[in-house]
Write a protein that binds this ligand. Structure first.
Ligand code: SF4
Length: 382
């Protein structure tokens, strides 16, 4: 069992669960914002951060990530307040990465986010095609997205853009045109996700009713391959299954902490965190419902609903499934530390089938392997 390793980084994730409107494909822990006052939840988040500080002890924070939900619904002063709270409790390393997920509709507040200390904006564009945006239930147009991106680039040196592909009826040609437009925009980072039909989302009910059918697996695989090739050619190689960066400094340092099994604080309703302390790897979750979360923080001084020590097996499984997501692969040494070696015949088979690339110190997925990452993780896990 290892202790906390500074090299893996230490991050803080803040979940803001409200959105202007809940998108039909989304199954995150989100709620319609309506006309709520943000202060009670912000106070609960800061109180929960204080409770986390008691668990972690003194450490320096590498990254802060405001995710959701739509944290760009908040004002710059709210974001500044939370960053200040993190600074007061732990201290923040020089040149921290502070990311905020933003909706293009909120472009008017981008400058105030930068003034609050945010260093990286992740823009939820989702599509650069108006028909697709309407299908995805988004409130902005493609034009609005490009304008928001211009505003974002004028304030942030690192801007990321999210797009969803494999929409019903989308052809390879149509996606190529959209991706080519995205690659011509002033962004350092692209997160490109295949549309997945999540059980709890409105889209799952639409598919069940037969309103439309998602693309079949073969077409989805073709779209993934086209995505990889076009991004590679344009100088945005994948550094993770769905994430592409123009240079190593554009890659998300915060997400790397997840993929490398580092430690991170998770506050806000339904947030998850991981903590390595006293020889244990703790998995921590918070109360999902925002009102219940605030109540619990008010009565107990923390928002935790789960605090459990992960078994060695769970740690190995998590290490494999997360580590294999990265293009650079999983360090064999990381599995050695946990006293595990994947089955030699299984690895040889996967290599023979062209799914795995084995180096002396790492196991990596090939492009075809990335398409079957979850299945391969299971095969290599105990
Ligand atoms: S996709 Fe984003 S904006 Fe839409 S409901 Fe989910 S978190 Fe909110």
């Amino acid at each position: 069992m290892r202790d906390f390793e500074t090299a893996r980084g230490f991050g803080v994730y803040i979940h803001w669960p409200y959105c202007a409107r809940v998108c039909p494909y989304c199954d995150f822990n989100v709620y319609a914002a309506k006309l709520r006052r943000p202060d009670p939840l912000l106070e609960a988040i800061c109180e929960d951060l204080r409770a986390w500080r008691n668990l972690t002890g003194p450490r320096l924070v590498d990254t802060i990530f405001f995710g959701g939900g739509t944290p760009s619904l908040l004002a710059g002063e709210h974001i500044a307040r939370v960053i200040e709270c993190v600074r007061d409790l732990w201290g923040v390393k020089a040149e921290p990465e502070i990311t905020l997920e933003a909706n293009p509709d909120d472009f008017g507040r981008f400058q105030s986010f930068r003034d609050a200390g945010v260093t990286r904006l992740s823009l939820g564009v989702q599509s650069l095609n108006d028909e697709s945006l309407a299908f995805l239930g988004r409130t902005h147009s493609a034009r609005d997205a490009v304008n928001a991106l211009d505003v974002a680039s004028s304030h942030f040196s690192c801007v990321s853009l999210d797009l969803i592909y494999a929409l019903p009826g989308q052809t390879v040609k149509a996606w190529e045109a959209e991706l080519s437009l995205a690659l011509s925009l002033p962004v350092g980072h692209l997160s490109l996700y295949e549309l997945t039909i999540e059980a709890g989302a409105a889209f799952a009910r639409a598919v069940k009713r037969g309103d439309w059918t998602p693309p079949d697996e073969d077409l989805a695989a073709d779209l993934y391959e086209v995505t990889q090739l076009m991004c590679e050619d344009a100088g945005y190689p994948a550094y993770e299954i769905s994430n592409h960066a123009r240079s190593p400094s554009d890659a998300s340092r915060h997400n790397r902490i997840y993929w490398e099994s580092g430690d991170w604080v998770g506050v806000g309703p339904g947030a998850h965190g991981r903590l390595t302390a006293r020889g244990e790897r703790l998995a921590i979750e918070t109360v999902e419902n925002p009102v219940a979360y605030q109540k619990q923080v008010g009565s107990c001084g923390h928002g935790r609903s789960v605090l459990q020590s992960l078994s060695r097996l769970d740690q190995i499984r998590e290490r494999i499934s997360m580590g294999l997501r990265m293009t650079e692969g999983l360090k064999i040494e990381d599995l050695d530390t946990l006293g595990f070696q994947p089955s030699e015949p299984e690895m040889a088979d996967l290599q023979e089938l062209g799914f795995l690339d084995r180096r002396t110190d790492r196991i990596k997925l090939t492009l075809s392997g990335r398409l079957a990452a979850d299945r391969i993780s299971l095969l290599l896990s105990p």
